[in-house]
Design a protein around this ligand. Structure first.
Ligand SMILES: [Zn+2]
Length: 300
């Protein structure tokens, strides 16, 4: 009887310790963190999962990684990069400050050059994730309106067209491949996601999109911040849609409607935008950003 008790206790203790170890190992091993890699061109890949869409651009000098996903996703990102090249990551470009695009900057060696629009650097300066020793993972190469990295087939053009999602959204063009990474300025076919705390502007958003659509040439494929690939036609359509949304909200504000009344009354214009929706939560947040700007009397 004693022996049976000891045995069952040992078995139970073993089961408990295995369960505890399993709990501790699961997040650390990243077993559940699945990053998918999609080949867009011979030297350009898209990584999905774990936050925003990342681009992997393989140049002669090393890998340029656009956006690093959420914190804790660096290893699965690197594992996927290693399936397509032996070259190390030498450059990271952050499209904007949000943690689902910058969270795994800290996974990469401090020798990696990190690039961003200058307002994005200022926004990242304020983030808890980049305090203390982690200042090493802030962008150190900044641009204001335009910058070029590399040359020839490895050339990358970075542009800033004004506020929208934040006040530091970079538009990243791979000219030789006719591909654009648009960050979170493009994504869901819904009213724009605006982050006023990071300088985003619902008033400026459509103008910024229109400027990008008019300025960027020779682009066949757009990688949005989230979701499936898009085209310039989608960008033009989103510029138009977001303009109609903004104008509707501004008109409601000017007619003395409340935020709730504007959200209640605004509908996706019939006929033109069949793939678009206006979920109440997103629509409210987007309209609230515009109301805030109108109340403060800023914007165009
Ligand atoms: Zn974002």
């Amino acid at each position: 009887m004693n022996r049976a008790w000891v045995l069952s206790t040992l078995v139970a203790a073993g089961a408990v310790s295995m369960a505890a170890a399993g709990l501790q190992q699961a997040p650390a091993s990243g077993a559940a963190k699945v990053v998918e890699i999609q080949k867009l061109k011979d030297n350009l890949y898209v990584l999905t999962g774990g936050g925003g869409n990342s681009a992997v651009f393989v140049t002669d000098l090393g890998v340029v990684l656009v956006d690093t996903k959420l914190a804790g996703w660096g290893q699965p990102v690197l594992d996927k990069i290693k399936t397509v090249t032996k070259l190390p990551v030498t450059t990271i470009i952050n499209t904007h400050a949000h943690g689902d695009h910058t969270g795994s900057n800290e996974f990469f060696p401090t020798s990696v050059e990190i690039v961003a629009q200058q307002n994005t650097r200022l926004n990242m300066d304020r983030m808890e994730a980049f305090k203390g020793l982690k200042v090493n993972f802030l962008p150190k190469l900044m641009f204001k309106d335009r910058m070029t990295l590399g040359s020839g087939k490895d050339r990358i053009d970075l542009y800033y067209y004004g506020a929208g999602h934040t006040n530091g959204d970079a538009w990243i063009v791979f000219p030789a491949l006719r591909v654009l990474h648009a960050g979170d300025m493009l994504g869901a076919r819904q009213p724009p996601a605006v982050d006023p705390d990071n300088g985003g502007s619902g008033l400026a958003y459509p103008d910024t999109l229109a400027k990008a659509a008019a300025s960027l040439k020779n682009i066949d494929t757009i990688i949005p911040g989230h979701g499936p690939l898009m085209t310039m036609r989608d960008l033009e359509e989103y510029a138009q849609f977001s303009r109609e949304f903004r104008n509707g909200v501004v008109s409601g504000f000017n007619h003395g409607l409340s935020l709730g009344e504007v959200v209640e009354s605004w509908k996706v214009p019939a006929g033109k935008y069949s793939a678009y929706t206006a979920p109440p939560e997103r629509t409210t947040a987007s309209a609230r950003a515009i109301f805030g700007e109108l109340t403060r009397g800023i914007g165009p």
